[in-house]
Write a protein that binds this ligand. Structure first.
Ligand code: ATP
Length: 278
């Protein structure tokens, strides 16, 4: 059944998504995050829509990466972090005590800014996750490796050198390998933290193309410093800003990307996207 999707903007009012037909896969409710005594995020209420690309933009330090890492509990590896509120994934709070973070991260995978392949062969990088989850059969692993490398648009470049070290690949190829490694465990959501910022323009364009392809099958959330990139690739954009009083990041504006870039509701969004500050 279609659900009327509403989201809260910074002034506390609720607005509904114009399409009204989107399926929410992740939703934060009253999410605040603290590192020790420092509040990094304040009262985040945000939906993430299934099979869509959502971009987080905003000035440095406003909590974009922190928010992304809340979705699959990657923040927990940081000492002294405290989370208030909820992150609902298919309606279930991922911070409930009965949620296994390892299984959660299988369903919500992550790609980082710096390509971080393991010092293993290309094949073993992709087969790593499936093996960890108990797949041993060689033919099945071969199939998953090929399928994942194809989905990450890397297969044609590496199919004859699968035994070669992943570290011998170019930066752009390494990042696509990391995407293949993430896809290999068949996640539902892929979180990407500035996945192209360490890459040259050609590799960046390939990653952007790849994101569009992947969004047919996966839900993607991307943190980017590059507003043109957000405008090019994403369906929805959340603009985070630093709260004047609290010093913590909050959602200044969220909406369909076209609307946010062409017709921002907030003066601050307009100033930010037109480069007046940032
Ligand atoms: N591990 C940590 N321990 C303590 N404070 C942290 C930690 N990670 C982030 N912070 C703080 O939380 C705030 C938000 O950081 P975060 O990296 O999420 O912002 P960001 O918007 O992604 O920044 P950038 O665009 O510069 O990457 C910052 O004040 C940062 O210093």
């Amino acid at each position: 059944m279609d659900r009327e999707v509403q989201f809260q903007v910074a002034d506390g009012r609720f607005r509904s998504v114009p399409e009204g037909k989107e399926e929410v896969i992740i939703e934060t409710r009253g999410l605040s995050v603290y590192y020790g005594y420092h509040m990094a995020l304040y009262d985040i209420n945000l939906p993430i829509y299934k099979n869509r690309i959502t971009a987080f933009i905003g000035p440095s330090g406003c909590g974009k990466s922190t928010l992304l890492r809340c979705f699959n509990r990657m923040n927990e590896v940081v000492a002294d972090v405290r989370i208030e509120g909820e992150v609902l994934f298919h309606g279930k709070n991922v911070y409930d005590p009965d949620v296994d973070p390892v299984l959660l991260r299988r369903r919500i995978g992550m790609v980082f800014q710096q390509p971080n392949p393991f010092p293993k062969s290309i094949y073993d990088n992709v087969a790593y996750g499936p093996r960890m989850y108990g797949i041993k059969d060689k033919a099945t692993l071969d199939e998953i490796v090929e399928e994942s490398l194809r989905a990450a648009a890397l297969w044609d470049e590496v199919k004859d050198v699968l035994g070669k070290s992943a570290l011998a690949l170019s930066g752009g190829q390494q990042q696509r390998l990391c995407i293949a490694r993430t896809i290999a465990v068949k996640p539902e959501v892929i979180l990407m933290d500035e996945p192209a910022s360490a890459l040259d323009p050609i590799s960046t364009a390939r990653i952007e193309e790849l994101m569009q392809e992947l969004a047919r099958q996966y839900t993607i959330v991307i943190v980017t410093h590059n507003m043109q990139q957000a405008a090019r690739v994403s369906d929805y954009t959340a603009f985070l800003y630093l709260h004047e009083e609290w010093g913590a990041g909050y959602i200044e504006e969220f909406g369909p990307t076209k609307e946010l870039f062409l017709n921002p509701k907030k003066k601050r969004t307009e100033d930010y996207i037109s480069g007046k500050f940032g």
